[in-house]
Design a protein around this ligand. Structure first.
Ligand SMILES: NC(=O)c1ccc[n+]([C@@H]2O[C@H](COP(=O)([O-])OP(=O)(O)OC[C@H]3O[C@@H](n4cnc5c(N)ncnc54)[C@H](OP(=O)(O)O)[C@@H]3O)[C@@H](O)[C@H]2O)c1
Length: 530
């Protein structure tokens, strides 16, 4: 049996030891209520040395965790309740001052315990729902009153129902807010963390404030469709290190996390993998290996939007700011819910001066770093420039070799605006607004063939040479790679001349895609964009 090292977190009894590896218990089927996690699997974990269990009200695994603890006591695998460390979490539908204590009492009832070791606020938002349900309907999502909820958390600790309190999925900014009024500061922040999303800044901030980070999805939640990916397990750099050390990629990732001084919540219900995940304490990563891991391109994976909620919501991105915020089209839809096509009677002209003021407010508040427009003609941009305090940074428009936007691109350049090209491949294969004319264009096919490139690459390279940003979509790994392979070669003068000769034809029209009837507002915009 492995003895898992401990770290210390702040608690009602000064600092308490916490085993640095927790057994995760979240599974897609347990959250969906389809399958109940068997306590026997968790007993296996106890036998192997796991002493820290990570559960949450939403996982529906509190009951089996509690049963496993009771059974472990009965079997003599542990001598007292105090030998195990139990973390559970307050779900968003109880993120209200008066609901915090009842929610923890319910969790304790589920667990059959008198106290938990750590109670976390699961996410920094509130769901106005009686029953938890995923995805959460848009109209139920609201901002959290963090001061009031934190008071509720402190009450739980003061009553001895939890030894420590903390948060999960909280940014440094939100933690700073808590620290400004907390009588008991958070002991832990549980966040997504692995070599592909290293959380260096957040981890540093937490350390400086005496908060311990717990890394969830340390293996990228591989094999889990709802919130997982294989990018950690398939990462070349990690695979290379694993191979040279005779370890698995999982072990390299877990060891790296251990060396970052965090607690790790890793889930496996397979005895061999449970063992493997504990076998990380008697070897270490070299300086060179750590440097290699530092170079891994960073990408966060778990977003609220898509998993917790599928519609637009101000809290969707789970971010504090976006980098660029655009007015999507230069008209207004008098609709509460998005719906396409937009009924004719809902379409109205935009009051661009007033809307632009709103956009400027967003930038001034720091909620977006830049603002811009999309599908705007030169004439409409000139209008904005006549009153703007902050000029638009970007105009995102349809652009590809079949709709080259020479005039608009020149106008934008003269005014310090960068064009972003959308549908750079003609949105091929997309029946709603796509066509195959770019991919089937003779001239592009000829150039592609003679250069040993694909038509997509010729189109993207041509756009790159026009000095624009390109928004290209592919969810296919090979094509994603191909679309980035355009920077170490160029088009010749002759090839550029040939592309210049391609007959021009715009494709995305408002009439037809946004609305199917005649509409003066849309017709005017369509005419301007020609
Ligand atoms: N606070 C939050 O918002 C939050 C969000 C996500 C997760 N969490 C917590 O963190 C825990 C762990 O994160 P996670 O479940 O998202 O992801 P994870 O631990 O990174 O990955 C779990 C997946 O990896 C597989 N696996 C485990 N060990 C392996 C190994 N050595 N080799 C290959 N595959 C392996 C498991 O399959 P097998 O079971 O078949 O081995 C499972 O499918 C969760 O269970 C939950 O308790 C918290």
């Amino acid at each position: 049996m492995t003895t898992i090292p401990v770290t210390k977190i702040s608690s009602s009894e000064c600092s308490r030891p916490v085993p640095v590896i927790a057994m995760g218990t979240a599974t897609e089927s347990s959250i969906a209520g389809i399958e109940v996690v068997k306590p026997s699997i968790l007993i296996e974990a106890v036998k192997l040395g796991y002493r820290h269990f990570d559960t949450a009200a939403i996982y529906q695994t509190e009951k089996p965790v509690g049963e496993a603890v009771a059974e472990a006591l009965r079997l003599g695998l542990i001598k007292s309740r105090s030998e195990v460390f139990i973390t559970t979490k307050l779900w968003c539908n109880s993120a209200d001052r008066h609901l915090v204590l009842p929610a923890l009492k319910q969790s304790l009832k589920n667990l059959g315990l008198e106290y938990v070791d750590l109670y976390l606020i699961h996410w920094p938002f509130k769901a106005n729902q009686e029953k938890s349900e995923l995805p959460i309907p848009n109209e139920c999502i609201a901002a959290i009153d963090i001061k009031a909820v934190w008071e509720g958390m402190e009450e739980c600790q003061n009553l001895g129902l939890t030894k420590s309190i903390g948060v999960s999925n909280f940014s440094a900014k939100r933690i700073e807010q808590i620290l400004s009024f907390a009588k008991i500061p958070p002991a832990v922040n549980q966040v997504e963390m692995n070599p592909l999303w290293q959380q260096k800044k957040l981890n540093r901030f937490c350390k400086e404030n005496g908060i311990v980070v717990t890394a969830y999805s340390p293996l990228g939640a591989t094999g889990n469709n709802a919130w997982g990916h294989n990018r950690v397990m398939e990462c070349d750099i990690l695979q290379g290190i694993a191979e040279s050390k005779g370890k698995t990629v999982a072990q390299i990732s877990l060891r790296w996390l251990y060396e970052q001084g965090v607690i790790i919540a890793v889930k496996s219900f397979n005895t061999e993998r449970m063992k493997q995940n504990l076998d990380i304490f008697d070897w270490s990563l070299t300086e060179e290996e750590l440097n290699k891991i530092d170079q891994i391109p960073q990408r966060r994976h778990l977003y609220l939007f898509g998993f917790i909620n599928t519609e637009h919501n101000d809290l969707n991105l789970g971010l504090e700011y976006v980098d660029l915020y655009l007015i999507h089209w230069p008209f207004k839809a008098n609709q509460e819910k998005f719906e396409l096509p937009i009924p004719n009677e809902c379409i109205a002209a935009i009051d661009i001066k007033a809307v632009w003021e709103g956009m400027e407010e967003c930038q001034n508040l720091g909620l977006t770093k830049s603002i811009g427009v999309s599908n705007f003609s030169a004439k409409r941009i000139e209008q904005i420039l006549s009153f703007a305090k902050i000029p638009p940074a970007v105009n995102q428009v349809e652009m590809n070799p079949l709709w080259q936007q020479k005039k608009l691109n020149r106008f934008c350049k003269e005014n310090g605006i960068v064009v972003t090209a959308y549908s750079p491949l003609g949105a091929t294969g997309n029946s709603a607004w796509g066509h195959n004319r770019v991919m089937e264009c003779d001239i592009l096919q000829g150039i592609a063939k003679s250069k040993g490139k694909t038509v997509a690459q010729i189109s993207l390279r041509w756009l790159y040479e026009q000095g624009v940003i390109i928004a290209v979509k592919s969810f296919n790994t090979e094509r994603m790679k191909q679309n980035l392979d355009i920077f170490d070669w160029s088009l010749t003068e002759e090839e550029l001349n040939k592309i210049d000769q391609i007959p021009q034809r715009r494709h995305v029209y408002l009439i037809g895609s946004m609305n199917t009837e005649h509409n003066d507002v849309l017709t005017e915009i369509d005419a301007e964009l020609d």
